[in-house]
Design a protein around this ligand. Structure first.
Ligand SMILES: O=C(O)/C=C/C(=O)CC(=O)CC(=O)O
Ligand SMILES: [Ca+2]
Ligand SMILES: [Mg+2]
Length: 365
């Protein structure tokens, strides 16, 4: 059964050869052009729809569902180019997987393993670079940078981070966790490409800078929150401060990471410690505003098992334990020509399993 049936209907922006950009929804392995519906849907990006707000999102989804059920006008995915579906305003990246935070500490800071002091008290994050957010399929040029004292060279430890991204529709500040669904339209998959050697040399004490700003890839299909089933978030200890409560919904999104043609990991999003509602509440709690098209990512999704980690830094223990791909070759970090694809499925609100598409990228020298 298709994971892109009538219960899913993720939105994207596509074009045909020499054609203009149009909004469509994915149905099976086809795209249904929504421009004929007019209004917010007759645009070259999702931004007007994102801006319109929850009542409009619900009404639009109802109309789209009705429309696709009645139309035979479907375009095979193989005949279209998919574009960045919305104009990215600001981009924020969190650090909300306890397992990931522990693994990275252990690997990069063996002298002080464990969680940073604030980690269980607030969702730690940093502000990233929205201008280099690219759509799935965009080739990723290996960055050069300072990788050690006196050494400027191509990164030798190019890595991925498998994450879930949340797309803000309605602007706001001091957003309460209970208002999450009024502001957030839907989710995408994110690969936060990371140059670990650049990162290790530059990051103290202000955090990631050039190690992560060269490219961040997102999947072309924005799955509306309405399409996703919600689940109970993990228990939090200590109990967070009031402005981070109630925690809000969790989502049982199951990611999969393919390195060339080998499935190397299946990170479980349900294991994340901080919820997307808490992240948004924290991000805006000091009066900072979010805008239409803001993207905030969950942080690397890593579960407790060795094959549930969302980065190759963790998978190969910083290169010390290479992984074997199905062609017999060994990998520590990304080689030129390597392709990484992150895909995901989740229980849908309609009771069936839905797909979140995929985010893929190939490394260029
Ligand atoms: O712990 C560190 O020093 C670094 C952590 C990361 O690189 C992760 C990051 O970008 C946030 C995340 O994706 O969880
Ligand atoms: Ca990240
Ligand atoms: Mg990035």
């Amino acid at each position: 059964m298709s994971r892109y049936g009538i219960d899913n209907l993720p939105y994207g922006v596509f074009s045909r050869p020499r054609g203009d950009r149009r909004i469509g929804v994915r149905l099976g392995s086809t795209v249904v052009d929504l421009a004929p519906l007019g209004g917010l849907l007759a645009a070259p990006t999702l931004n007007p729809l994102l801006e319109a707000g929850r009542p409009q999102w619900t009404e639009t989804r109802r109309r789209v569902t009705e429309y696709v059920s009645g139309t035979t006008g479907r375009i095979p995915l193989s005949e279209v180019t998919l574009h960045l579906p919305f104009e990215v305003a600001d981009y924020t990246d969190f650090y909300s997987s306890e397992q990931h935070a522990r693994n990275v500490s252990q690997i990069l800071r063996p002298d002080s393993p464990g969680l940073p002091p604030a980690w269980r008290h607030l969702p730690i994050g940093y502000h990233g670079r929205s201008s280099t957010v690219v759509v799935s399929g965009t080739p990723i040029r290996r960055p050069s940078g300072q990788i050690a004292e006196g050494v400027y060279a191509p990164s030798e430890r190019l890595d991925i981070e498998a994450e879930v991204g949340f797309v803000v529709g309605v602007p706001g500040r001091r957003i309460r966790t209970a208002e999450f669904a009024e502001h957030v339209f839907g989710v995408v998959l994110v690969n936060d490409w990371s140059a670990r050697d650049i990162q290790a040399w530059e990051y103290r004490p202000l955090g990631p800078f050039l190690a992560k700003s060269f490219a961040t890839s997102v999947s072309p299909w924005v799955v509306p929150l309405d399409a996703l089933a919600t689940t109970e978030p993990v228990a939090q200890d200590p109990v967070p401060l009031d402005y981070l409560l109630p925690a809000g919904p969790a989502f049982d999104i199951r990611l999969a990471v393919d390195w060339n043609d080998t499935r190397v990991a299946t990170p479980p999003f349900a294991a994340m410690y901080w919820t997307a509602a808490q992240q948004l509440a924290h991000l805006t709690s000091n009066g900072a505003g979010v805008r239409t098209g803001d993207l905030y990512a969950s942080g690397t999704v890593s579960g407790p098992a060795r094959d549930e980690v969302g980065s190759f830094l963790e998978l190969t223990r910083n290169g010390a334990e290479p992984v074997k791909l199905t062609d017999g070759s060994l990998r520590r970090f990304l080689l030129d020509g390597d392709r990484v694809t992150i895909s995901a499925t989740a229980p849908g609100a309609g009771g069936t399993e839905i797909g979140l598409g995929e985010v893929t990228g190939t490394v260029l020298a």
